[in-house]
Design a protein around this ligand. Structure first.
Ligand code: EPZ
Length: 416
Protein backbone atom coordinates (compact mmCIF):
# COMPACT_ATOMS: atom_id res chain seq x y z
CA UNK A 1 0.00 0.00 0.00
CA UNK A 2 3.07 2.24 0.15
CA UNK A 3 4.40 4.47 2.87
CA UNK A 4 6.26 7.75 3.33
CA UNK A 5 9.19 7.98 5.75
CA UNK A 6 9.64 11.56 6.94
CA UNK A 7 12.36 12.96 9.22
CA UNK A 8 10.79 16.10 10.72
CA UNK A 9 12.27 19.47 11.58
CA UNK A 10 13.65 20.50 8.18
CA UNK A 11 12.72 24.00 6.92
CA UNK A 12 11.27 24.07 3.40
CA UNK A 13 13.06 26.66 1.26
CA UNK A 14 13.09 27.57 -2.42
CA UNK A 15 10.44 27.58 -5.12
CA UNK A 16 7.81 25.07 -6.23
CA UNK A 17 5.49 25.06 -9.25
CA UNK A 18 2.17 23.32 -8.61
CA UNK A 19 0.64 20.94 -11.15
CA UNK A 20 -2.62 21.26 -13.05
CA UNK A 21 -5.79 21.00 -10.96
CA UNK A 22 -7.05 17.45 -10.36
CA UNK A 23 -10.60 18.71 -9.82
CA UNK A 24 -10.53 20.68 -13.08
CA UNK A 25 -8.88 18.06 -15.29
CA UNK A 26 -11.25 15.22 -14.31
CA UNK A 27 -14.52 16.86 -15.48
CA UNK A 28 -12.68 18.35 -18.51
CA UNK A 29 -11.37 14.92 -19.57
CA UNK A 30 -14.93 13.60 -19.16
CA UNK A 31 -16.07 16.52 -21.32
CA UNK A 32 -13.83 15.46 -24.22
CA UNK A 33 -16.54 12.83 -24.90
CA UNK A 34 -18.67 15.72 -26.17
CA UNK A 35 -16.20 16.72 -28.88
CA UNK A 36 -16.34 13.66 -31.20
CA UNK A 37 -12.84 14.57 -32.33
CA UNK A 38 -9.36 14.99 -30.89
CA UNK A 39 -8.78 17.28 -27.87
CA UNK A 40 -5.34 18.15 -26.49
CA UNK A 41 -5.49 18.95 -22.77
CA UNK A 42 -2.49 20.71 -21.22
CA UNK A 43 -1.06 20.81 -17.67
CA UNK A 44 -2.49 17.36 -16.90
CA UNK A 45 -1.06 16.12 -13.59
CA UNK A 46 0.20 12.52 -13.46
CA UNK A 47 -2.16 11.32 -10.72
CA UNK A 48 -3.84 8.02 -9.98
CA UNK A 49 -7.27 9.56 -10.58
CA UNK A 50 -6.18 10.88 -14.00
CA UNK A 51 -4.86 7.42 -14.88
CA UNK A 52 -8.25 5.92 -13.99
CA UNK A 53 -10.07 8.55 -16.08
CA UNK A 54 -7.80 7.60 -19.02
CA UNK A 55 -8.74 3.92 -18.51
CA UNK A 56 -12.44 4.87 -18.43
CA UNK A 57 -12.21 6.88 -21.66
CA UNK A 58 -10.32 4.00 -23.36
CA UNK A 59 -12.97 1.53 -22.12
CA UNK A 60 -15.56 3.66 -23.98
CA UNK A 61 -13.54 3.48 -27.22
CA UNK A 62 -11.49 6.68 -27.01
CA UNK A 63 -7.83 6.69 -28.01
CA UNK A 64 -5.81 8.50 -25.35
CA UNK A 65 -2.14 9.46 -25.71
CA UNK A 66 0.03 11.05 -23.02
CA UNK A 67 2.68 13.50 -24.22
CA UNK A 68 4.61 14.97 -21.26
CA UNK A 69 2.02 16.95 -19.28
CA UNK A 70 -0.49 16.83 -22.12
CA UNK A 71 -3.22 14.29 -22.74
CA UNK A 72 -4.57 13.87 -26.28
CA UNK A 73 -8.04 12.31 -26.32
CA UNK A 74 -9.55 11.17 -29.63
CA UNK A 75 -13.18 10.35 -28.96
CA UNK A 76 -14.29 10.18 -32.61
CA UNK A 77 -14.81 6.41 -32.44
CA UNK A 78 -16.43 6.22 -29.03
CA UNK A 79 -18.64 3.14 -29.13
CA UNK A 80 -19.95 2.60 -25.63
CA UNK A 81 -21.96 4.45 -23.02
CA UNK A 82 -21.40 1.89 -20.27
CA UNK A 83 -18.82 2.23 -17.50
CA UNK A 84 -17.59 -1.02 -15.97
CA UNK A 85 -18.23 -1.51 -12.26
CA UNK A 86 -14.52 -2.20 -11.69
CA UNK A 87 -13.69 1.29 -13.01
CA UNK A 88 -16.55 2.96 -11.10
CA UNK A 89 -15.20 1.43 -7.89
CA UNK A 90 -11.73 2.84 -8.54
CA UNK A 91 -12.88 6.45 -8.60
CA UNK A 92 -16.24 8.07 -7.92
CA UNK A 93 -15.37 10.96 -10.28
CA UNK A 94 -16.37 8.61 -13.12
CA UNK A 95 -19.81 9.99 -12.23
CA UNK A 96 -18.80 13.06 -14.29
CA UNK A 97 -19.27 10.97 -17.43
CA UNK A 98 -23.05 10.72 -17.00
CA UNK A 99 -23.68 14.19 -18.46
CA UNK A 100 -21.38 13.87 -21.48
CA UNK A 101 -22.56 10.33 -22.30
CA UNK A 102 -26.27 11.16 -22.25
CA UNK A 103 -25.47 14.24 -24.35
CA UNK A 104 -23.60 12.17 -26.90
CA UNK A 105 -25.50 8.86 -26.95
CA UNK A 106 -28.78 9.67 -25.21
CA UNK A 107 -27.82 6.82 -22.90
CA UNK A 108 -25.54 6.01 -19.97
CA UNK A 109 -25.02 2.95 -17.79
CA UNK A 110 -23.01 3.11 -14.56
CA UNK A 111 -22.96 1.12 -11.36
CA UNK A 112 -24.30 2.96 -8.35
CA UNK A 113 -21.19 4.87 -7.15
CA UNK A 114 -20.12 3.96 -3.64
CA UNK A 115 -19.39 6.37 -0.87
CA UNK A 116 -15.88 6.87 0.35
CA UNK A 117 -14.22 7.49 3.67
CA UNK A 118 -15.37 11.14 3.91
CA UNK A 119 -19.05 10.42 3.50
CA UNK A 120 -21.83 8.56 1.63
CA UNK A 121 -21.43 10.88 -1.40
CA UNK A 122 -24.95 10.43 -2.87
CA UNK A 123 -25.65 11.56 -6.45
CA UNK A 124 -29.30 12.53 -6.01
CA UNK A 125 -28.63 16.11 -7.18
CA UNK A 126 -26.88 14.84 -10.33
CA UNK A 127 -29.91 12.63 -11.09
CA UNK A 128 -32.43 15.40 -10.30
CA UNK A 129 -30.72 17.71 -12.79
CA UNK A 130 -30.38 15.11 -15.54
CA UNK A 131 -34.00 14.00 -15.07
CA UNK A 132 -35.08 17.64 -15.47
CA UNK A 133 -33.31 17.59 -18.86
CA UNK A 134 -35.34 14.54 -19.89
CA UNK A 135 -33.19 11.60 -18.81
CA UNK A 136 -35.16 8.62 -17.42
CA UNK A 137 -33.26 6.43 -15.00
CA UNK A 138 -33.86 2.80 -14.17
CA UNK A 139 -31.99 1.16 -11.32
CA UNK A 140 -31.46 -2.58 -11.49
CA UNK A 141 -28.88 -5.06 -10.27
CA UNK A 142 -26.87 -2.22 -8.72
CA UNK A 143 -26.68 -0.44 -12.05
CA UNK A 144 -28.16 2.86 -13.03
CA UNK A 145 -29.31 3.13 -16.65
CA UNK A 146 -30.21 6.55 -18.04
CA UNK A 147 -32.05 7.07 -21.34
CA UNK A 148 -33.16 10.25 -23.08
CA UNK A 149 -34.85 10.36 -26.49
CA UNK A 150 -33.83 13.99 -26.72
CA UNK A 151 -32.51 16.33 -24.08
CA UNK A 152 -34.56 19.48 -23.51
CA UNK A 153 -33.36 22.57 -21.66
CA UNK A 154 -34.86 23.15 -18.19
CA UNK A 155 -34.67 25.34 -15.11
CA UNK A 156 -32.90 23.41 -12.36
CA UNK A 157 -32.66 24.47 -8.69
CA UNK A 158 -29.92 22.65 -6.80
CA UNK A 159 -30.77 22.03 -3.12
CA UNK A 160 -27.03 22.27 -2.43
CA UNK A 161 -24.35 23.87 -4.65
CA UNK A 162 -22.86 20.47 -5.52
CA UNK A 163 -19.69 20.76 -7.64
CA UNK A 164 -20.17 17.45 -9.44
CA UNK A 165 -23.90 17.91 -10.03
CA UNK A 166 -23.29 21.40 -11.45
CA UNK A 167 -20.63 20.01 -13.80
CA UNK A 168 -22.70 17.03 -14.94
CA UNK A 169 -25.74 19.21 -15.69
CA UNK A 170 -23.59 21.81 -17.52
CA UNK A 171 -22.12 19.13 -19.78
CA UNK A 172 -25.46 17.42 -20.53
CA UNK A 173 -27.14 20.78 -21.20
CA UNK A 174 -24.59 21.73 -23.91
CA UNK A 175 -26.49 19.41 -26.26
CA UNK A 176 -30.01 19.86 -24.86
CA UNK A 177 -32.54 21.65 -27.09
CA UNK A 178 -33.09 25.19 -25.89
CA UNK A 179 -32.00 26.93 -22.73
CA UNK A 180 -31.01 25.48 -19.35
CA UNK A 181 -30.60 27.54 -16.19
CA UNK A 182 -28.92 26.11 -13.09
CA UNK A 183 -29.83 27.98 -9.88
CA UNK A 184 -27.73 27.63 -6.71
CA UNK A 185 -24.89 26.35 -8.90
CA UNK A 186 -21.48 25.65 -7.35
CA UNK A 187 -19.06 28.56 -7.86
CA UNK A 188 -15.67 26.80 -7.58
CA UNK A 189 -12.87 27.87 -9.98
CA UNK A 190 -13.00 24.39 -11.51
CA UNK A 191 -16.58 25.15 -12.67
CA UNK A 192 -15.29 28.29 -14.44
CA UNK A 193 -12.49 26.22 -16.01
CA UNK A 194 -15.06 23.69 -17.27
CA UNK A 195 -17.20 26.53 -18.73
CA UNK A 196 -14.14 27.91 -20.55
CA UNK A 197 -13.33 24.45 -21.91
CA UNK A 198 -16.94 23.81 -23.05
CA UNK A 199 -17.15 27.23 -24.75
CA UNK A 200 -13.90 26.50 -26.59
CA UNK A 201 -15.63 23.32 -27.84
CA UNK A 202 -18.36 25.58 -29.23
CA UNK A 203 -20.86 25.33 -26.38
CA UNK A 204 -22.74 28.38 -25.08
CA UNK A 205 -22.30 28.49 -21.30
CA UNK A 206 -22.50 31.68 -19.22
CA UNK A 207 -22.35 32.52 -15.54
CA UNK A 208 -19.91 29.97 -14.13
CA UNK A 209 -18.40 31.39 -10.93
CA UNK A 210 -21.80 32.78 -9.94
CA UNK A 211 -24.73 30.79 -8.56
CA UNK A 212 -26.71 31.05 -11.82
CA UNK A 213 -25.35 29.29 -14.91
CA UNK A 214 -27.13 29.54 -18.29
CA UNK A 215 -26.52 27.07 -21.12
CA UNK A 216 -27.91 27.26 -24.67
CA UNK A 217 -27.85 23.87 -26.40
CA UNK A 218 -25.89 23.51 -29.65
CA UNK A 219 -25.90 20.72 -32.26
CA UNK A 220 -22.23 19.99 -32.59
CA UNK A 221 -19.05 20.50 -30.58
CA UNK A 222 -15.61 20.62 -32.16
CA UNK A 223 -12.20 19.47 -30.96
CA UNK A 224 -9.75 21.86 -29.40
CA UNK A 225 -6.64 22.35 -27.29
CA UNK A 226 -7.07 23.48 -23.70
CA UNK A 227 -4.83 24.03 -20.66
CA UNK A 228 -6.32 23.45 -17.20
CA UNK A 229 -5.89 25.83 -14.25
CA UNK A 230 -3.26 25.23 -11.54
CA UNK A 231 -4.27 23.15 -8.54
CA UNK A 232 -5.40 25.55 -5.80
CA UNK A 233 -5.46 22.81 -3.16
CA UNK A 234 -1.92 21.67 -3.92
CA UNK A 235 -0.88 25.34 -3.77
CA UNK A 236 -2.60 25.79 -0.39
CA UNK A 237 -0.96 22.62 0.91
CA UNK A 238 2.51 23.97 0.05
CA UNK A 239 1.74 27.33 1.71
CA UNK A 240 0.95 25.46 4.92
CA UNK A 241 4.09 23.31 4.47
CA UNK A 242 6.26 26.44 4.46
CA UNK A 243 4.49 28.00 7.46
CA UNK A 244 4.53 24.81 9.56
CA UNK A 245 8.25 24.15 8.94
CA UNK A 246 9.12 27.85 9.50
CA UNK A 247 10.60 27.84 6.03
CA UNK A 248 10.81 30.37 3.21
CA UNK A 249 8.95 29.11 0.16
CA UNK A 250 7.66 30.64 -3.06
CA UNK A 251 4.72 28.79 -4.64
CA UNK A 252 4.60 29.95 -8.26
CA UNK A 253 2.50 29.77 -11.40
CA UNK A 254 -0.75 29.80 -9.40
CA UNK A 255 -3.93 31.93 -9.30
CA UNK A 256 -3.89 33.46 -5.78
CA UNK A 257 -7.53 34.56 -5.81
CA UNK A 258 -8.51 30.88 -6.05
CA UNK A 259 -7.25 30.39 -2.48
CA UNK A 260 -8.31 33.76 -1.00
CA UNK A 261 -10.03 31.99 1.92
CA UNK A 262 -6.88 30.01 2.80
CA UNK A 263 -4.63 33.08 2.46
CA UNK A 264 -6.96 35.07 4.77
CA UNK A 265 -6.84 32.36 7.46
CA UNK A 266 -3.05 31.99 7.31
CA UNK A 267 -2.64 35.78 7.61
CA UNK A 268 -5.14 35.82 10.50
CA UNK A 269 -2.98 33.20 12.24
CA UNK A 270 -0.01 35.54 11.87
CA UNK A 271 1.74 33.91 8.91
CA UNK A 272 4.10 36.18 6.92
CA UNK A 273 2.57 35.81 3.44
CA UNK A 274 3.11 37.97 0.33
CA UNK A 275 1.08 37.68 -2.87
CA UNK A 276 2.96 38.80 -5.99
CA UNK A 277 1.11 38.21 -9.28
CA UNK A 278 1.07 34.46 -9.90
CA UNK A 279 3.34 33.76 -6.94
CA UNK A 280 2.87 33.59 -3.18
CA UNK A 281 5.78 33.69 -0.73
CA UNK A 282 5.42 32.36 2.82
CA UNK A 283 8.17 33.01 5.33
CA UNK A 284 7.33 30.88 8.37
CA UNK A 285 7.31 32.50 11.81
CA UNK A 286 8.49 30.99 15.08
CA UNK A 287 4.89 30.73 16.24
CA UNK A 288 1.34 31.42 15.09
CA UNK A 289 -2.09 31.88 16.65
CA UNK A 290 -5.07 29.56 16.66
CA UNK A 291 -7.94 30.59 14.36
CA UNK A 292 -11.44 29.24 13.75
CA UNK A 293 -12.21 27.51 10.46
CA UNK A 294 -15.60 26.68 8.99
CA UNK A 295 -15.70 24.95 5.62
CA UNK A 296 -18.26 26.29 3.12
CA UNK A 297 -18.96 26.10 -0.62
CA UNK A 298 -16.66 28.39 -2.64
CA UNK A 299 -15.73 31.19 -2.04
CA UNK A 300 -15.97 30.04 1.59
CA UNK A 301 -13.11 28.12 3.19
CA UNK A 302 -12.34 25.04 1.04
CA UNK A 303 -13.21 21.70 2.63
CA UNK A 304 -10.22 20.23 0.74
CA UNK A 305 -7.91 22.43 2.85
CA UNK A 306 -9.54 21.66 6.23
CA UNK A 307 -7.31 18.72 7.20
CA UNK A 308 -4.11 20.59 6.29
CA UNK A 309 -5.14 23.59 8.42
CA UNK A 310 -6.04 21.30 11.34
CA UNK A 311 -2.45 20.04 11.35
CA UNK A 312 -1.15 23.61 11.25
CA UNK A 313 -3.44 24.64 14.12
CA UNK A 314 -2.51 21.60 16.23
CA UNK A 315 0.80 23.38 17.05
CA UNK A 316 -0.55 26.96 17.12
CA UNK A 317 -0.62 29.15 20.23
CA UNK A 318 -4.13 28.90 21.72
CA UNK A 319 -7.32 27.11 20.76
CA UNK A 320 -8.99 26.73 17.36
CA UNK A 321 -12.39 25.39 16.35
CA UNK A 322 -12.47 23.59 12.98
CA UNK A 323 -16.00 22.94 11.67
CA UNK A 324 -16.65 20.74 8.62
CA UNK A 325 -20.01 21.52 6.99
CA UNK A 326 -19.56 19.95 3.53
CA UNK A 327 -18.85 16.26 4.22
CA UNK A 328 -20.33 14.12 6.97
CA UNK A 329 -17.17 12.32 7.96
CA UNK A 330 -14.12 14.41 7.21
CA UNK A 331 -12.51 14.81 10.64
CA UNK A 332 -10.85 11.39 10.91
CA UNK A 333 -7.33 12.80 10.57
CA UNK A 334 -7.81 14.12 14.14
CA UNK A 335 -7.36 10.55 15.47
CA UNK A 336 -4.05 10.19 13.65
CA UNK A 337 -2.85 13.65 14.70
CA UNK A 338 -3.64 12.71 18.32
CA UNK A 339 -1.25 9.78 17.94
CA UNK A 340 1.43 12.39 17.19
CA UNK A 341 0.64 14.33 20.38
CA UNK A 342 -2.06 16.73 19.14
CA UNK A 343 -4.79 17.74 21.59
CA UNK A 344 -8.04 17.57 19.58
CA UNK A 345 -11.56 16.90 20.81
CA UNK A 346 -14.37 16.12 18.34
CA UNK A 347 -17.80 17.59 19.09
CA UNK A 348 -20.31 16.81 16.33
CA UNK A 349 -18.93 18.22 13.08
CA UNK A 350 -16.38 20.36 14.90
CA UNK A 351 -12.87 19.71 16.21
CA UNK A 352 -11.65 21.71 19.21
CA UNK A 353 -7.90 22.00 18.64
CA UNK A 354 -5.78 23.03 21.66
CA UNK A 355 -2.35 24.01 20.35
CA UNK A 356 0.55 21.95 21.76
CA UNK A 357 4.27 22.80 21.62
CA UNK A 358 5.23 20.11 19.17
CA UNK A 359 4.14 16.91 17.45
CA UNK A 360 6.24 13.78 17.73
CA UNK A 361 6.84 11.33 14.92
CA UNK A 362 5.20 7.90 14.89
CA UNK A 363 3.39 5.62 12.42
CA UNK A 364 0.08 7.06 11.16
CA UNK A 365 -2.43 6.06 8.50
CA UNK A 366 -3.80 8.12 5.60
CA UNK A 367 -7.57 7.56 5.48
CA UNK A 368 -8.28 9.76 2.46
CA UNK A 369 -6.46 12.10 0.10
CA UNK A 370 -6.44 15.33 2.10
CA UNK A 371 -6.10 13.58 5.50
CA UNK A 372 -2.98 11.98 4.03
CA UNK A 373 -1.65 15.38 3.00
CA UNK A 374 -2.32 16.66 6.53
CA UNK A 375 -0.27 13.80 7.98
CA UNK A 376 2.64 14.55 5.64
CA UNK A 377 2.56 18.15 6.89
CA UNK A 378 2.51 16.84 10.48
CA UNK A 379 5.52 14.63 9.73
CA UNK A 380 7.44 17.56 8.22
CA UNK A 381 6.95 19.55 11.45
CA UNK A 382 7.19 16.72 14.00
CA UNK A 383 10.20 15.75 16.07
CA UNK A 384 11.74 12.49 14.86
CA UNK A 385 10.55 10.09 12.18
CA UNK A 386 6.95 9.78 10.95
CA UNK A 387 5.75 6.91 8.80
CA UNK A 388 2.59 7.63 6.78
CA UNK A 389 0.88 4.41 5.63
CA UNK A 390 -1.59 3.92 2.73
CA UNK A 391 -0.07 6.68 0.64
CA UNK A 392 -2.01 5.50 -2.44
CA UNK A 393 -4.66 7.94 -1.17
CA UNK A 394 -2.12 10.77 -1.49
CA UNK A 395 -1.03 9.67 -4.96
CA UNK A 396 -4.60 10.44 -6.11
CA UNK A 397 -4.11 14.17 -5.70
CA UNK A 398 -0.42 15.10 -5.39
CA UNK A 399 1.94 14.66 -8.33
CA UNK A 400 5.61 13.83 -7.55
CA UNK A 401 5.13 14.91 -3.90
CA UNK A 402 8.34 13.24 -2.63
CA UNK A 403 10.41 14.88 -5.36
CA UNK A 404 8.86 18.34 -4.88
CA UNK A 405 9.29 18.23 -1.07
CA UNK A 406 12.84 16.80 -1.24
CA UNK A 407 13.84 19.57 -3.66
CA UNK A 408 12.73 22.03 -0.99
CA UNK A 409 14.84 20.48 1.78
CA UNK A 410 12.43 17.96 3.31
CA UNK A 411 13.79 14.56 4.32
CA UNK A 412 11.13 12.29 2.83
CA UNK A 413 11.25 8.98 0.98
CA UNK A 414 8.66 6.42 -0.08
CA UNK A 415 8.59 2.64 -0.02
CA UNK A 416 5.96 0.88 -2.12
C1 EPZ B 1 -15.86 17.79 -5.59
O1 EPZ B 1 -16.48 16.62 -5.13
C2 EPZ B 1 -14.36 17.54 -5.44
N1 EPZ B 1 -13.96 16.39 -6.27
C3 EPZ B 1 -14.02 17.27 -3.98
O2 EPZ B 1 -12.61 17.12 -3.88
C4 EPZ B 1 -14.44 18.48 -3.16
O3 EPZ B 1 -14.19 18.23 -1.78
C5 EPZ B 1 -15.94 18.75 -3.37
O4 EPZ B 1 -16.21 18.93 -4.78
C6 EPZ B 1 -16.41 19.99 -2.64
O5 EPZ B 1 -15.66 21.09 -3.04
C7 EPZ B 1 -13.82 16.57 -7.60
O6 EPZ B 1 -14.05 17.64 -8.13
C8 EPZ B 1 -13.35 15.36 -8.37
P1 EPZ B 1 -20.08 17.98 -4.04
P2 EPZ B 1 -18.09 16.42 -5.33
O7 EPZ B 1 -21.00 17.32 -5.02
O8 EPZ B 1 -18.49 16.95 -6.65
C9 EPZ B 1 -23.36 16.24 -1.10
C10 EPZ B 1 -10.60 16.17 -3.14
O9 EPZ B 1 -10.09 15.95 -2.03
N2 EPZ B 1 -24.04 15.82 -2.34
O10 EPZ B 1 -19.94 19.45 -4.06
O11 EPZ B 1 -18.41 15.01 -5.02
C11 EPZ B 1 -22.10 15.41 -0.87
O12 EPZ B 1 -22.42 14.20 -0.21
C12 EPZ B 1 -12.07 15.88 -3.38
O13 EPZ B 1 -9.98 16.64 -4.13
C13 EPZ B 1 -25.33 15.31 -2.24
O14 EPZ B 1 -25.89 15.20 -1.16
O15 EPZ B 1 -18.62 17.36 -4.18
C14 EPZ B 1 -21.26 16.30 -0.02
O16 EPZ B 1 -21.66 16.18 1.34
C15 EPZ B 1 -12.76 15.36 -2.14
N3 EPZ B 1 -25.96 14.90 -3.38
C16 EPZ B 1 -21.62 17.70 -0.53
O17 EPZ B 1 -22.85 17.56 -1.25
C17 EPZ B 1 -25.37 15.00 -4.61
O18 EPZ B 1 -26.00 14.64 -5.62
C18 EPZ B 1 -20.56 18.28 -1.49
O19 EPZ B 1 -20.48 17.43 -2.58
C19 EPZ B 1 -24.06 15.52 -4.68
C20 EPZ B 1 -23.42 15.93 -3.54
Amino acid sequence: MGRFLIEGGKKLEGEVKVSGAKNAVLPILAGTVLSQGECRIGRVPKLRDVKVMKEVLESLGAVVKEENDEMVVDSSNLDSYEIADSLMRKMRATVFLMGPLVARFGQVKISQPGGCSIGPRPIDLHLKGLKALGVEFVQKHGCLEGKAKNLKGAEIHLDFPSVGATENIMMAATRAKGKTVIYNAAREPEIVDLQNFLNRLGAKVRGAGTDVIKIKGVDKLKSIDYQVIPDRIEAGTFLVASAITKGDLIVNDIIPEHIESVIAKLVEAGVNLQVDGDKIRVKGNISWDGVNIKTLPYPGFATDMQAQLMTFLSIAKGTSVVTETIFENRLKHADELRRMGANIKIEGNSAIVQGVNKLSGTTVEATDLRAGAALVLAGLAAEGETIVENIYHIDRGYERLTEKLSNLGAQISRTD
